[in-house]
Each structure stands twice: as structure tokens, then as C-alpha cells.
Design a protein around this ligand. Structure first.
Ligand SMILES: Nc1ncnc2c1ncn2[C@@H]1O[C@H](COP(=O)(O)OP(=O)(O)OP(=O)(O)O)[C@@H](O)[C@H]1O
Ligand SMILES: [Mg+2]
Length: 249
């Protein structure tokens, strides 16, 4: 099984943000998405689950190909069922406890009965090391703990692909490690993921494959070692060295 994003295009008015992006996520692999601010990473993640409808291109999950230009309501619903997104700012339901946040995902998206939702929710809180915090509300948790609940809430749906947008960028350095460990455990269990991040050290440790995006296209891709240690393209080297190219006039 493979998730295939092919030739995806998206423009906002005159701004062509995705200019034919293709990315493959083999089953159980973790793909890192890097690139300057504005390169289109978040837009690509949002287009993959139709949070933002792409203009054109195809999305393939498990052999089912969806032409995004002519996607039916049913196909969009199905794509959303096959993905789960984790955001920079956690986006937990503030008025619900950690357990309830996960239960709600299960009762809404998977139509679990309450008892099964409760049991499964506790199992996943345990998995992310937060069983002791099961009755805490989001504002009683640290950023790292909130993100671990968000990861449990996404993973519990057993999506074909988890989409993570800057999952550690709102965290203190000491909280990043615990979130990284949870992501790594999920990856080791075979959860496929597409992760946009500016944290190169973090990506280096968890990615099977890294994609460098530049101005709406895939500029270079390869193993983490290849991209981070032996980039081929000048632009990739420039980006990794932290030098921003001159804006074109
Ligand atoms: N809803 C929107 N309406 C208009 N323009 C948008 C919208 N969303 C994104 N853009 C534009 O698309 C471009 C790419 O944005 P995107 O958020 O995908 O970049 P990014 O690679 O995720 O950047 P960052 O690293 O800062 O998160 C930017 O020029 C942005 O202004
Ligand atoms: Mg972004």
C-alpha cells in the first residue's frame, strides 16, 4: 500500500503556491517536508485532506485514485477518513479532558460505542505516556503533553496517513524530546506520516525520506542522509546553511 500525491496544483488568486507537486509515501514510512517559509508545505498538507481543495492533481490511497478537480463529496469524505492532521498549536477541545478528546474522535469519526471509545482512549493515552493525566483539561497540560494527546487523538483513528504540520515548533526544547519519542513509537508501529518541520535534527532522527520544497515544487528528495549530508542542488545547500537567497526583483 502506498499513498501517492501526484502533480498537485493550488493557487490563491495570482499566487501559484503548488506547481505540480508529487510525493509518494510507502506504507509505514515517515516522509519529512522541508523548505523555506512560504514554500507551500502547509498548503500541500492541507490539500492532501481537502482542508484546502486542490485545483488539480490526483490523490491515491490504497489504489483508489481521486482526480481532485472532479472529486465527489463522497470521495472527499473518504480522503478525510484516511488522513488525520496534527497542528502546531495542538487544537485540542479546551472544554474536554484528555480522555474525552480522544473519545470524541472515536465516537464521531469511527462511530465507536461510548464504552469501547473510553477503553481505546485510555489505551492510547497509555501509549503516549499520559494515563496519569487522563482527567486533565488541555490548559492543565504542558505544551508537550498537549501535543502527545493530539498525536494519540490522530493515531487512534488508524489513518492511512498522518499529516503533521510543525508538530514541535510551539514547544520548549525540553518538550520536543518527549513528542519526538511518541512520533517515533508511532512510526515504529508502522504509521505512515508526512511531517512538515523546520527542526532538521528532529527530522534527521525519524524520517525515512526527506523532500525539499522550493517555491511550490519538489526541488530535491532523498534519504535523510543524502539530503542533509550530501545535497545535490545548490538551492538545497543554500537552504540548509540558513542563507536566504536574494528576493527576485
Ligand atoms: N488561505 C490562503 N489564502 C491566500 N494565500 C495563502 C493561503 N494559505 C497560504 N497562502 C500562501 O501560500 C504560500 C505558501 O504558504 P504555506 O503556508 O503553504 O507555506 P509553508 O511552506 O507552510 O511556510 P512556513 O514554513 O512558514 O509554515 C504563501 O505565500 C502564503 O501566503
Ligand atoms: Mg507551514
Amino acid at each position: 500500500m502506498v499513498v501517492r500525491i501526484s502533480n498537485l496544483r493550488k493557487r490563491f488568486d495570482k499566487n501559484e503556491v503548488l506547481r505540480g507537486v508529487s510525493i509518494e509515501v510507502p506504507d509505514g514510512k515517515v516522509i519529512g517536508l522541508i523548505g523555506s517559509s512560504g514554500a507551500g508545505k502547509s498548503t500541500l498538507l492541507r490539500c492532501t485532506n481537502f482542508l484546502e481543495p486542490p485545483d488539480s492533481g490526483t490523490l491515491e490511497f490504497d489504489g483508489n485514485v481521486v482526480d481532485t478537480t472532479h472529486a465527489s463529496k463522497q470521495q472527499v469524505q473518504e480522503l478525510r477518513r484516511q488522513t488525520a492532521m496534527v497542528f502546531q498549536n495542538f487544537n485540542l477541545y479546551k472544554l474536554n479532558t484528555a480522555t474525552e478528546n480522544i473519545e470524541l474522535a472515536l465516537t464521531h469519526a469511527k462511530h465507536y460505542a461510548p464504552k469501547k471509545a473510553h477503553e481505546t482512549s485510555l489505551e492510547f493515552l497509555n501509549k503516549v505516556g499520559l494515563h496519569a493525566k487522563r482527567n486533565s483539561f488541555p490548559d492543565q497540560l504542558s505544551g508537550g503533553q498537549q501535543q502527545r494527546v493530539a498525536l494519540a487523538r490522530a493515531a487512534v483513528l488508524r489513518p492511512k496517513l498522518m499529516l503533521l504540520d510543525e508538530p514541535t515548533s510551539a514547544l520548549d526544547p525540553e518538550n520536543i524530546g518527549e513528542v519526538l519519542k511518541v512520533i517515533k513509537n508511532l512510526a515504529d508501529e508502522g504509521q505512515s506520516m508526512l511531517i512538515a518541520s523546520h527542526e532538521m535534527n528532529f527530522l534527521r532522527r525519524i524520517c525515512d525520506h526527506v523532500v525539499f520544497m522550493d517555491q511550490g515544487v519538489v526541488k530535491e528528495e532523498g534519504s535523510a542522509d543524502q539530503i542533509f549530508n550530501h545535497p545535490k542542488e545548490d538551492r538545497t545547500r543554500q537552504f540548509l546553511s540558513g542563507v536566504t537567497p536574494q528576493e527576485e526583483a
